[in-house]
Structures are given as structure tokens and as C-alpha cells.
Design a protein around this ligand. Structure first.
Ligand SMILES: Cc1cc2nc3c(=O)[nH]c(=O)nc-3n(C[C@H](O)[C@H](O)[C@H](O)COP(=O)(O)OP(=O)(O)OC[C@H]3O[C@@H](n4cnc5c(N)ncnc54)[C@H](O)[C@@H]3O)c2cc1C
Length: 490
């Protein structure tokens, strides 16, 4: 049964798919975004280094190099338009030997060729003035002032919310299981919710982009998962660093780095391990040990006792090395935005522009929408308000006076905003990613049950139906029935 007719169907609700959906929403088109999970940004976009790279790593002329530098620049305007949380910290690539200083020089030259602004090579004293706690063995560093840190899942949610405001339909829990091809051209996609008729399909399915491509008989590339593990430290560990600190990169990855987060934590990681299971997000003692050893090489006095959690992310490594962004040579109407490893977060808005240009070249008529709404409203962040602003807010809505997450000072009002926004949260982790409730020292130990009850109440479902994150991640079994009562506001 055909449930929808669209001009373009975007498969995958990561940062790439959502950025593409938002870019397409600027035109008079029927666009649908299809995500297999219960929420946006549950793939690679949720677990990574969250860096807006400057763009000196990738080889000149590659898509990675071009789209990185363009994407980085685009985030300045996007920050204002979509109220994104970004800090332009700058980054250092720190050398600890003369050999590594040679690589720093190469990165400097490469960065200049790629068009990265403001690059400079710093000597030992200049580096230690910026980061006094670095190892005394530091020789010098590449300084890239245009690098920054941000919230990748926040950006993807903001892209999706803005796309929805501009008419895009987002269907979650809607895995694409088939692509219908007639006379060599895409005519529709099969999903668990029914058939969607469409002229064009954008394959932004992350780790599964090769499988999605295979649904249209295009087996021109493969994607393999490459795991990266991290350790996150409590905010109380103090601000031991203020910039992004990279080691000199290897051929396989940018190496184990130290990085602040936009909310004042720091983390170390990732390692790089080729694996076979596209869903294996487990951290391992050996992997975490590798991360600690790598980070200690640059900063021996790490606050290891302040670690609050560990996590892993999976790079979608394509066999081609570069991003795979092109029309399929097998099936007309299928466009790949695949193999989007790092710097995919940084490049996402530029990838979106690039894909829309491909669609134009493929014959899609792009008429600008006169009433396109470029902006999202900034969300209430209670903890950032002055006492006076807090009082005013609470007097208008007392739920902003009820703190649910004590570690991060997140109120019930903010949680309701997250649930009832366009593309709102339906799971406990969905609330966490939108508000930070559960991201603090107790990692949701105290607020988790309350958030579960609020979700059940606001979504009018039995509490036993509330999930932590993925499709089957139910929080209750056996004893609590679907009729469990939901707590009231007061
Ligand atoms: C360890 C690590 C560190 C990184 N650090 C950085 C960094 O600091 N800076 C940077 O710029 N980049 C970084 N990256 C890269 C960046 O995270 C990725 O490039 C980016 O998240 C890719 O986004 P995506 O939308 O392509 O994929 P995803 O976020 O994986 O989204 C793909 C989506 O498709 C959905 N999907 C799959 N199959 C189907 C289907 N059949 N039907 C419907 N939906 C489907 C998935 O559920 C998923 O939500 C890092 C990556 C890793 C792993």
C-alpha cells in the first residue's frame, strides 16, 4: 500500500540525512526523511569526537578536504539560524619529536592548500602557554583557530526540526526494506510502514549505506565499521584543557585526542579498531587502556578518577577512502551520501548543498520556497538564566521551577519542551540528547525513573511502553504492567 507520495525520500536521520532534508526544505518539493530507529541521530552521529575540524587533514582535491572547509565555515551562520551550541576553541596538533614536527609542517602546507584560515606553527613555549598541563616533552604544534566543538546530535535534531517546520515529513521507526526500480529508475521505497512513491532517493544510511545501495542492485562500494572508544570525565575534574588537542595523526586515524565538550566536560579517545559487527558499540578493557595510554602520552596527569562514563562510536569506512557522494551508476534517481567518516559532522551542511546540486543536475526542478523559515527558536536552558530570568519564567510556567535532573539542573518545563517540539523525544535517551537530563555525574540514576514517568504521561502511553533508546530497549519487564500509574505534575 502506498502511504505517501514524495519527490525525494532521504534514507537515514543522522546529521547527513537531516542536513540534506533541511537543505531540500528550501525548495517547493515533497520531501520525506526515513529513519529506522525511534529517534533522529541514533547512529554514528550520537557518538564521536564532536569536533568541527578546521580541514588540514584531508588530501587536497578530495571531497573530504573541500566539504570540510566549506562545512566548517557554514556553521557560523547555522549557529545563529538554528541556535546550535558551538564553541570555536581552536585546535592543536601536538608534536613530541623532530619527526613529528616534520608532519606538523606537512599538515600546515596541506591546510593552506585546502584553504584553512589562520593556521600557524607554534613553538614549545607558545604551545605550553595555551595548554600548560601538556607533557613537558612537547616540541611544538599546528594551531588551527577555525576548529570548534559542538553537539552533533543537537545539530541533527535542529536540522530535522527546521526541516519539519518547512514541510518535510519525518518518519521514525521506519526502516527502508526495499527500493522499487522501474525501467532503471527509482519509483519508490518499501518501508515497514508501507510504500512511499518517489522520484529520487538519497542514501544517507551511514553504516548501512552499502546495504541500502544493494537494495537497488548497486554494489559499487562497501562500508566497514571501525570502532572508536572514549572516556568522559566529570565537569568537576576541572578545566585542564581549553583547546582540542590532537596527537600527530597516523594513516588510519587522527589519533587519541583530548577535547573539551560544549558543556564543560572533557573526554579522551578514540582508538581505531576494524570490526565486523555494525551494531557493536561495546567498550572493552583493552580498548579503554589504549585510550588512556594514548592520552597520557600528551598529558600525563589525567584526572582518571573523575571518569563518569565510557562509550564507543562506529566510523562508516568506505572501501574508496573518500566520501562516496554521487549518483548511482546502476539505478537512476538514487544518490549516495555514503562513507561519511570524519570529518562528516563538519562537512554535513556542505554535503547537503553538494547533494542538492547533484539532484539539480539529475533533472529535479528546484524552485525556491518563498516562505522558507531559516531559523529555529532558541530553547529554554534554565541553568544558564539569571535568577531574575528564572523567577519570570517560573511565574509564567511553574514546571520550569521543578528540577528533575539535579546533576545538570534540568527542569520539567525543559523536558516537556523536548517532548513536544517538532521531531520531539519519545525515549529516555531522546530526552537526554535534547536537554542533558541524565548526562551528569549520576548518568540518569536519579532522574531516569522520573523522566520515564513524564514521557508516559505526556505521550499518553503505559509506562511499560517507554524505551531507553532503541526499538526493544524497554525499561520494565514482568512485574509492572502496562496499567502502571503515571505521576501527576505536583
Ligand atoms: C569515533 C568517531 C569520531 C568522529 N569524530 C568526528 C569529529 O570529531 N568531527 C567530524 O566532523 N566527524 C567525526 N566523525 C564522523 C561523524 O560522526 C560521521 O561522519 C557522521 O556522524 C555520519 O553521519 P551520517 O548521517 O552519515 O550517519 P549516521 O549518523 O550513522 O546516520 C545514518 C542513519 O541511517 C539510519 N539507517 C540505516 N539504515 C537504514 C534503513 N534501512 N532505513 C532507515 N534508516 C536507516 C541509521 O539508523 C542512522 O540513524 C567521527 C566518527 C566516529 C565514529
Amino acid at each position: 500500500m502506498t502511504i505517501l507520495k514524495s519527490d525525494v525520500a532521504v534514507i537515514g536521520g543522522g546529521i547527513v540525512g537531516t542536513a540534506i532534508a533541511r537543505e531540500l526544505s528550501k525548495y517547493q518539493l515533497d520531501v520525506v526523511l526515513l529513519e529506522k530507529e525511534p529517534d533522529i541521530a541514533m547512529g554514528t552521529t550520537k557518538a564521536n569526537s564532536a569536533i568541527l575540524h578546521a580541514g588540514f587533514d584531508a588530501h587536497p582535491g578530495s571531497l573530504k578536504a573541500r566539504l570540510n572547509v566549506r562545512g566548517n565555515a557554514m556553521y557560523h551562520q547555522l549557529k545563529d539560524e538554528l541556535a546550535l551550541e558551538i564553541k570555536w576553541t581552536g585546535s592543536l596538533v601536538v608534536a613530541t619529536s623532530d619527526d613529528e614536527m616534520n608532519t606538523v609542517q606537512e599538515l600546515f602546507e596541506r591546510g593552506k592548500t585546502n584553504g584553512v584560515p589562520g593556521l600557524a606553527i607554534l613553538n614549545r613555549e607558545e604551545v605550553l602557554a595555551k595548554e600548560p598541563k601538556l607533557s613537558s616533552g612537547v616540541k611544538g604544534a599546528l594551531w588551527a583557530p577555525s576548529a570548534g566543538i559542538f553537539l552533533p546530535f543537537g545539530a541533527a535534531i535542529a536540522f530535522a526540526e527546521n526541516a519539519v517546520k518547512n514541510g518535510v515529513k519525518v518518519l521514525t521507526e521506519c526502516p527502508v526494506t526495499g527500493i522499487e526500480v522501474t525501467d532503471g529508475h527509482v519509483t519508490g521505497v518499501k518501508t515497514s510502514q508501507g510504500m512511499i512513491a518517489t522520484q529520487f532517493v538519497i542514501n544517507a544510511a551511514g553504516l548501512y549505506a552499502d546495504d541500502v545501495s544493494g537494495l537497488a542492485n548497486d554494489n559499487s562500494f562497501t562500508i566497514s565499521p571501525r570502532k572508536g572508544e572514549y572516556i568522559l570525565f566529570d565537569k568537576n575534574a576541572g578545566s585542564i584543557i581549553s583547546n582540542i588537542i590532537f596527537p600527530v595523526p597516523s594513516k588510519k586515524s587522527k589519533g587519541i585526542l583530548l577535547c573539551p565538550t560544549v558543556h564543560g566536560n572533557i573526554f579522551i579517545g578514540p582508538n581505531a579498531q576494524d570490526i565486523s559487527d555494525k551494531d557493536d558499540l561495546a567498550t572493552t578493557p583493552a580498548g579503554l587502556n589504549e585510550v588512556i595510554i594514548g592520552a597520557k602520552r600528551l598529558m600525563p596527569a589525567l584526572p582518571l578518577n573523575a571518569s563518569i562514563t565510557e562509550f564507543a562510536g562506529l566510523r562508516a569506512a568506505a572501501n574508496e577512502g573518500d566520501f562516496v557522494i554521487r549518483p548511482s551508476e546502476v539505478t537512476a534517481g538514487l544518490i549516495h551520501a555514503a562513507g561519511i567518516q570524519s570529518p562528516g559532522l563538519t562537512s554535513a551542511p556542505a554535503i547537503a548543498e553538494f547533494v542538492v546540486n547533484i539532484l539539480r543536475e539529475c533533472g529535479l526542478a528546484l524552485t525556491p520556497k518563498p516562505n522558507f523559515l531559516a531559523t529555529n527558536e532558541a530553547k529554554v536552558v534554565f541553568r544558564d538564566l539569571t535568577d531574575e530570568q528564572k523567577q519570570v519564567l517560573i511565574s509564567k510556567n511553574s514546571l520550569y521551577g521543578r528540577v528533575i535532573c539535579r546533576c545538570e539542573t534540568i527542569t520539567e518545563g525543559e523536558i516537556l519542551d523536548a517532548i513536544h517540539s517538532p521531531c520531539g523525544a519519545k525515549t529516555v535517551d531522546g530526552v537526554k540528547r535534547r536537554t542533558r537530563a541524565g548526562m551528569g555525574r549520576c548518568q540518569g540514576g536519579f532522574c531516569g525513573p522520573k523522566i520515564t514517568a513524564i514521557l508516559a504521561r505526556e505521550l499518553s502511553v503505559p509506562i511499560a511502553d517507554i524505551r531507553k533508546e532503541k526499538a526493544e530497549s524497554y525499561l520494565f519487564y514482568d512485574k509492572i504492567s502496562g496499567n502502571c500509574e503515571v505521576t501527576d505534575h505536583d
